[in-house]
Design a protein around this ligand. Structure first.
Ligand SMILES: [Zn+2]
Length: 224
């Protein structure tokens, strides 16, 4: 059996070729149950845009003394080995890694991967939006969906997000196998019974209500 490599990158922007990785955290879970971790900050040799610092809390000062990409790129590739990558919106992380490996003449990245975003879309086509979930298939929304918010955080720092990702992956897997501890009203995962838009969850006086996001033309409200 191959190992699973859960990973998350924080970056200087959204462009996998022009922008650079600032932080990477990986957790390799070997079939035997052994776990290995890899973490590094990377000095991107450019200043970090303000919106990235607001999102992640990572400042220029934090990476001033961090290794350069060329010092760590091939070590990151070696850590992944033949492991199956697992990430939320894997193609984002994959573009950054593939271009980093190419720039540094490391072994190219293989194609094996599992995208928890894709799995979530398949299992919960119109997942409801939780009060602080920020969007239906966002990692943060899944955190609320699987009731993980007390123990885990979506901090947009690589290690926290990987720890959350591992739990989300396990919940998706058990749901797909019909072994989930939770069951959900149909409207929570398939959307509005009238117009099929996603529902937004509101909590009013301790009662959970689903409200159609298509509020102007569809006034569906359901207590769940
Ligand atoms: Zn509706």
């Amino acid at each position: 059996m191959e190992s699973l490599v859960f990973l998350d990158v924080e970056t200087t922007g959204l462009d996998g070729y022009r922008d650079r990785v600032l932080e990477i955290y990986m957790l390799k879970v070997v079939h035997s149950g052994d776990v290995e971790e890899y973490h590094t900050m990377i000095n991107p040799e450019r200043s970090i845009p303000g919106y990235i610092t607001s999102l992640t809390g990572i400042t220029d000062e934090d990476v001033r003394h961090a290794p350069l990409e060329r010092d760590v790129a091939c070590g990151i590739r070696e850590f992944i080995g033949d492991g199956i990558l697992v990430a939320h919106n894997l193609n984002f992380d994959r573009r950054f890694l593939a271009s980093m490996f190419k720039r540094n003449q490391c072994r190219p990245l293989h194609a094996k991967g599992i995208d928890t975003l894709e799995i979530s879309r398949r299992l919960f086509p119109k997942l409801c939006i939780y009060p602080e979930g920020e969007g239906s298939h966002k990692l943060k929304n899944l955190m609320y969906h699987f009731r993980l918010e007390r123990e885990f955080a979506n901090s947009h720092r690589a290690k926290d997000d990987v720890f959350l990702l591992v739990q989300v992956y396990r919940h998706l897997e058990s749901y797909a196998r019909g072994q989930s501890p939770y069951s959900y009203p149909k409207a929570m995962i398939h959307g509005c019974p009238v117009c099929h838009s996603a529902m937004r969850m509101e909590i009013n006086h301790g009662k959970r209500e689903l409200v159609c996001v298509n509020g102007t033309s569809c006034n569906q409200r359901l207590v769940v």
